[in-house]
Design a protein around this ligand. Structure first.
Ligand SMILES: [Zn+2]
Length: 418
């Protein structure tokens, strides 16, 4: 068997194409496979407009597609692609070769391989490994994700969560919508106001979903998302998820700590300096050293320790067996926080009182946790998924790059080769 015949078999070219020449260029370390069409191609070629028969009109310049390596050597397919002309309408078109991927520089097999690498490592690393520019690889990913996303089916989506995630520290935000049952990202867009909901339901309905099929909408307690969901999904029950409620109380504890440090007093600075991580952890997660430090701080009866205790009690309410037990305990918690705060000088616990206000105003949505709780774990995980996405897209922080990578990582899209 000649090398050309061998490559013909390996590439699965069939009857319409043939390997004209295979050669190895020692200087560049590249295997070149020159391919051309056979006369058989024109027997089955059809006009893309009206499917009439076509004849060979002319050929393009020599084009190149990156293919999988041959052993450790770079391999490129070259071809002067034929252009067909329709016998009926006269339309001239470039014949699409069977090896071409979604981008014009890569073969299908090379794209599949690059996608596999992209699952495992940052884009810059993939580019380095395969010896392609990351611009080309990104362009390929855009096309692959766009094609796979167009095929995504949202027809069974009923439990949705939305969260705002920051693209850059403290500046731009994206809103990410997730399917809480199938644990996948459905839609993401810039901004975090109520209008993002309209964009979401449009995307939902383009993919066979329906806005009135949404029965659960999990979110933080910001009013923008609430407004958005009420305007668009009338059957959705708003759920303020546990993760965001605890996030609020954690922030409040930290505000108490900072206010207390500012106020000073004997031993306060020594006790609280660089202690913020201590207060964010649950007691069972503390190391021995941290627990010892906390023990010491506790005895000083600082306001921060009081606030921390309030946080633990609030968290414990989530262990209540039923919503009605929880309702009683949430209300008691709010009364307790206000009463303790009223006894403090300088209103040091005011940020905790704010949380109590928030809890009271949003109690119905918070209690919906007891109906829908199990589905909410994905929202908490979304934060770390998003951080991983940012690492993968490192160096390219345009929102389009980031969101494309997010769909790729967490959209559960079906790529033809996987
Ligand atoms: Zn035609």
């Amino acid at each position: 068997m000649t090398p050309e015949k061998l490559f013909h078999e390996l590439l699965g070219l069939g009857l319409n194409w043939e390997v004209i020449e295979s050669r190895f260029d020692r200087a560049s370390g590249t295997v070149f496979l020159e391919i051309g069409e056979t006369a058989r191609l024109w027997e089955s070629a059809r006009c893309p407009k009206d499917t009439s028969a076509v004849f060979c009109y002319d050929h393009t310049e020599v084009l190149t597609w990156r293919h999988l390596n041959v052993f450790q050597h770079r391999c490129e397919i070259t071809c002067r692609l034929p252009r067909g002309k329709c016998r009926q309408c006269g339309h001239v078109h470039r014949v699409r070769p069977p090896w071409e991927g979604l981008s014009t520089h890569f073969t299908k097999e090379f794209e599949a391989f690059a996608l596999l690498l992209m699952r495992e490592m940052p884009m810059s690393k993939v580019a380095e490994l395969v010896g392609e520019t990351d611009t080309r690889l990104w362009r390929m990913l855009f096309r692959q994700v766009a094609a796979a996303y167009a095929e995504a089916d949202f027809s069974n989506v009923c439990c949705v969560g939305v969260d705002e995630l920051s693209v850059r520290k403290g500046h731009e935000y994206v809103s990410v919508f997730a399917d809480l049952v199938r644990k996948r990202v459905l839609f993401a867009t810039e901004g975090k106001d109520h209008a993002v909901w309209l964009q979401f339901v449009e995307a939902l309905e383009q993919h066979n979903g329906h806005r009135h099929a949404i029965t659960q909408a999990s979110m933080d307690m910001s009013s923008a998302y609430q407004k958005g969901v009420q305007e668009t999904c009338r059957n959705a029950q708003v759920v303020f998820d546990k993760f965001h409620v605890i996030l609020n109380v954690n922030k409040a504890v930290d505000q108490v700590r900072r206010a207390e440090v500012r106020l000073g007093g004997a031993g306060v600075w020594e006790a609280l300096h660089k202690s913020q991580w201590l207060w964010r952890k649950n007691p069972e997660n503390l190391t021995a050293a941290e627990a010892a430090r906390l023990e010491k701080i506790d005895r000083k009866s600082l306001r921060t320790a009081k606030a921390y205790q309030m946080r633990l009690v609030l968290q414990d309410i989530y262990r209540s067996p039923t919503a009605s037990v929880a309702r009683r305990r949430f209300r008691a918690w709010c009364r307790w926080v206000r009463w303790v705060a009223s006894k403090q000088p300088k209103n040091l616990l005011r940020s905790m009182v704010k949380v109590a206000d928030l809890v009271e105003q949003h109690l119905a949505g918070i209690l919906a946790h007891w109906k829908w709780g199990v589905t909410n774990a994905f929202m908490e995980g979304l934060n770390s998924v998003f951080s991983a996405t940012k690492r993968k897209a490192r160096g390219y922080r345009s929102t389009t790059h980031l969101l494309t990578m997010l769909y790729f990582v967490a959209g559960q899209l079906r790529f033809p080769q996987f």
